[in-house]
Design a protein around this ligand. Structure first.
Ligand code: CTP
Length: 398
């Protein structure tokens, strides 16, 4: 997959740097050449000797190392790669990248490069959630930097949450996706997927039967054509597709927030089965039976419509906005009306009545509705529906 590719691997100073050693091995197994660059801080976590032994290459460490400058100027070093990967990417290095700093070799290479950049952030959960890091991540995204991770999990510092560097196989998949040629190369696409969970109290929620299979398949197909995909997923039954930037959410409101943070994008595909209502009087503590047989009275409030919100953006609307319509009757008429009402360009409509077995099943039978009219596709696997849709999206964005 990666044979003949040259990857400039920038290692910043984080505990996750130990995983980078394994990353180098996996990349070399796939035929890539890996040129390691370390920051000062990174050398506290991994030795240049281990990196160069595994990479089979010289490790670049210092901007003012004249030998390096003579052998290959930093400009050249940064451009002679097919992809620049930053793993782990610390909060500090991301801040430097976002601010355009160039005060050491790593930041200078990142500022001088004209090759695509993929970052695998790794930091403490509070640092990842800090508004400064959020701002920097957003700035980097709009500069075209791709992200893989971070994941949720236990941290070396004893806390739990997002900030852990993604595992090596996922980083490899993201590198393969970033290097994949394809008609969507350089395009950024946001995909929503899965159900949302709307809490009733801290242990109970309202949900729906969406497995997230169709959304995951669409994201995979888009990434397969070279797109940088931000995959915003509710609690789905299927794993998120490799090679995409996964953002996990629970509720509709969180999903809207995550989608807004992921913009700007060239296209957005809304495959999520978003709960239309949330419980307005959700309890802060677990609800108890009152002993007299009275059931709690739940009140509902309407959730924001994520598709309609994005489709209606006056500024920063993706060029192509695609919605899905889950209908149980009058599929075409309802879906056409939905397209108009929500202001999106296309609607992928399907019949989710129980007899079709589509919800939760492996197949789908859809109709693609656009301003030009309605097209009925045959019954296909969800993967095949996704591939056709991705192909059409590529044609529309070409
Ligand atoms: N959608 C959304 N946000 C919501 C509700 C729906 O983004 N709060 C998106 C879905 O992801 C899908 C499309 O809107 O792309 C249509 O969803 P669907 O459930 O079929 O439509 P509803 O808005 O629920 O319309 P209705 O209940 O009238 O069928």
């Amino acid at each position: 997959m990666l044979s003949g590719k040259r990857i400039l691997l920038i290692v910043a100073g984080g505990i996750a740097a130990y995983k980078t050693l394994d990353l180098i091995r996996r990349l070399r197994e796939r035929g890539a050449a890996v040129i390691p660059v370390v920051t000062r801080a990174a050398e506290q976590f991994v030795t240049p000797l281990s990196l160069s032994a595994l990479a089979g290459e010289k490790v670049y460490r210092d901007l003012f190392d004249l030998t390096d400058e003579a052998e290959m100027g930093h400009i050249q070093l940064s451009r002679a790669a097919d992809l620049v990967v930053v793993a782990p990417a610390t909060a500090d290095l991301m801040a430097k990248m976002a601010g355009g700093h160039a005060d050491d070799l790593a930041s200078t290479l990142l500022l001088a490069t004209d090759t695509p950049v993929l970052v695998a952030p790794a930091m403490n959960v509070r640092m990842w959630q800090h508004p400064a890091t959020r701002r920097n991540a957003e700035a980097l995204r709009s500069d075209g930097v791709r992200f893989v991770g971070p994941n949720d999990g236990d941290m070396a510092c004893g806390e739990y949450g997002p900030g852990r560097m993604t595992e090596v196989p996922e980083i490899v998949a993201a590198i393969e996706a970033a290097l994949a040629g394809g008609p969507l190369r350089g395009k950024r696409i946001v995909v929503t997927s899965g159900p949302t969970h709307e809490p009733i109290d801290p242990v109970r929620y309202i949900a729906n039967r969406s497995s997230g299979a169709q959304g995951a398949a669409v994201a995979r197909a888009l990434a397969g054509l070279g797109a940088g995909v931000v995959f915003v997923s509710g609690p789905a039954a299927v794993p998120p597709p490799a090679g995409t930037e996964v953002v996990r959410v629970e509720t509709a409101r969180q999903m809207l927030e995550a989608v807004e943070a992921a913009l700007p994008a060239d296209a957005a595909v809304f495959a999520a089965a978003v709960a239309d209502w949330r419980v307005a009087n959700a309890a802060g503590q677990k609800m108890k039976k009152d002993g007299a047989g009275a059931a709690p009275a739940l009140e509902f409030a309407e959730n924001p419509d994520i598709l309609a919100t994005v489709a209606g953006l006056a500024e920063g609307r993706p060029r192509l906005v695609v919605g899905f319509a889950a209908e149980t009757e009058e599929i075409e008429a309802n879906a056409r009306a939905k397209r108009e009402r929500k202001g999106c360009d296309w609607i992928v409509a399907n019949d989710v009545s129980e007899a079709t077995g589509i919800m939760g099943g492996a197949e789908n039978e859809v109709m693609l509705i656009s301003a030009e009219g309605a097209e009925t596709w045959p019954r296909l696997s969800k993967d095949e529906v996704a591939r056709r849709l991705a192909q059409r999206i590529a044609e529309a964005l070409a």
